[in-house]
Design a protein around this ligand. Structure first.
Ligand code: FAD
Length: 430
């Protein structure tokens, strides 16, 4: 008789809530990971560094498990098939995992839960990915917040009332004893990209200097933890503890992350291709494909935009300030539907996360909750003067920007600004 712990967006042995509960239980735990073809087949390229990242995280878990005489069982099949296979091999008593708030995940987990229930197998899931979820942070009227500042105030009040839990899963050893090899990248149908991944910790120096330096892309002054938060190779609880009392600004960024999960949970229409504010769905986009391609390739003639897109294309990362600039540029200067940008980011970002990405794009397009107002059009030249005055970031990614070979601006700023304001006013009836 065994129980199963199912790793998903929580790829770590330490401080893992669901794993902790499984290991505390009556039966030895079989740790599993499922490479789900429903997800893998959606990836546009066989060179997708996120699969490499996952595999490297699984290797780190495997190393720890081998020390205990155990192993990770990795299955490449749909979750339903994977559980059928496992049920043929083991007497499964219970399945443990952590909550996953995305729509596909909800459907997947519902289907496994009913599969398990039909067989008398327990199915328990736990909060691990966020500090507060679902209905834990609500307004005085018991409604979900749609504006960040009051949400974050309530979030902090709640945190002050409830000490951050610790789940020392790394200290428990109640695993099924067996050894098995992990699959190779090639056997999953993927090839190496050679991309390097940032480390999964942040220095006190970065947190302390965050407020002063975070907006300057050349400074490397942010944590670079987003890919780790995405796949759970770091615990959000440990980061919040690090932030408290050191940097309110950095803590707020971690709260933005909870906030967008909260929006996705309460307003699932945002992930079905709809604007949070539905009247914005009346926008008439130009959607010029040639201009979209120029934006994707970093050939717009606006060096700060091009630097950002090139950073994204070659590293799978882009600095937050630059994400805001390129997103605003696509939507407002080129009048291209924000969903096109959202899906390009989804394909390229190592840290792609539906909640934060959708939130970021809807913010930039003015149609999100607590979004930038539609009439605020970032001026890329002024943004450069403010945040990359020495042009260090631009020189790094667009070395030819002062040469003749560099393209002319794809559109004139003032013209684009007037054009988009007319389009928004028409859509919103103002
Ligand atoms: P830090 O500045 O060190 O912040 C620490 C952590 O806080 C981040 O790792 C992240 O988990 C969280 N965080 C910070 N800012 C935000 C934010 N605005 N919203 C939600 N969480 C935040 N972030 C993603 O993780 N995945 C995405 O797919 C994503 N898409 C975005 C798209 C657009 C258009 C915009 C404007 C922002 C997007 N962001 C996304 C938010 C933000 O840009 C990144 O989280 C941040 O740049 C990651 O760098 P860092 O780890 O060094 O962050």
């Amino acid at each position: 008789k065994i129980s199963i712990f199912w790793f998903r967006r929580d790829l770590r042995i330490e401080d893992n809530h669901g794993l902790y509960e499984a290991l505390k239980g009556e039966f030895p735990v079989l740790p599993i990971f499922i490479f789900d073809p429903n997800i893998l087949l959606k990836l546009n390229s066989t060179q997708d560094a996120r699969v490499e990242f996952i595999l490297s995280a699984l290797h780190a878990i495997q190393k720890r498990l081998l020390e205990q005489g155990s192993s990770l069982k990795v299955i490449h099949a749909s979750p339903r098939e994977a559980y059928e296979q496992l049920a043929g091999q083991y007497d499964i008593q219970a399945i443990y995992c952590n909550h996953d708030y995305e729509k596909y995940a909800g459907i997947r987990d519902g289907s496994i839960q009913s599969w398990a229930n039909q067989r008398g197998i327990g199915f328990s899931t736990y909060k691990d990915q966020v500090i507060f979820e679902k209905n834990e942070v609500l307004s005085g009227q018991n409604t979900p917040y749609t504006v960040f500042t009051p949400y974050s105030r309530k979030w902090k009040e709640r945190l002050a009332q409830h000490a951050i839990q610790v789940y020392p899963s790394e200290t428990l050893q109640n695993y099924v004893k067996f050894t098995e090899e992990l699959p190779s990248l090639g056997s999953l149908g993927f090839a190496n990209t050679g991309l390097l991944f940032p480390g999964n910790s942040v220095s006190m120096e970065i947190i302390q200097g965050y407020q002063a330096n975070r907006d300057f892309p050349a400074k490397g002054a942010t944590s670079r933890l987003s890919v780790h938060l995405r796949f759970g190779t770091v615990s959000i609880r440990s980061l919040v503890k690090q932030a408290i009392g050191v940097s309110e600004t950095w803590l707020n960024e971690l709260i933005w992350r909870d906030f967008y999960f909260n929006i996705l949970f309460h307003f699932p229409h945002v992930s079905d291709g709809h604007a949070f504010r539905k009247e914005y769905d009346r926008m008439e986009w130009r959607n010029n494909e040639v201009e979209f391609k120029a934006w994707c390739e970093g050939q717009t003639g606006y060096p700060i935009v091009d630097a950002g897109m090139r950073e994204l294309n070659s590293t799978g990362f882009m600095h937050n300030r630059v994400r805001m600039i390129v997103a605003s540029f696509l939507v407002k200067h080129l009048l291209i539907d924000w969903r096109w940008g959202e899906s390009y980011f989804a394909e390229k970002l190592l840290d792609f996360d539906l909640a934060a990405n959708n939130g970021g794009w809807q913010w930039a397009a003015g149609c999100g909750c607590d979004a930038a107002p539609y009439f605020r059009v970032f001026n890329p030249t002024l943004q450069t003067q403010k945040f990359d005055k020495e042009l260090a970031y631009i020189r790094k990614w667009v070395p030819e920007f002062q040469e003749l070979s560099y393209p002319q601006p794809i559109v004139n700023h003032e013209f684009a600004r007037e054009r988009v304001l007319v389009a928004y006013k028409k859509a919103l009836g103002r």
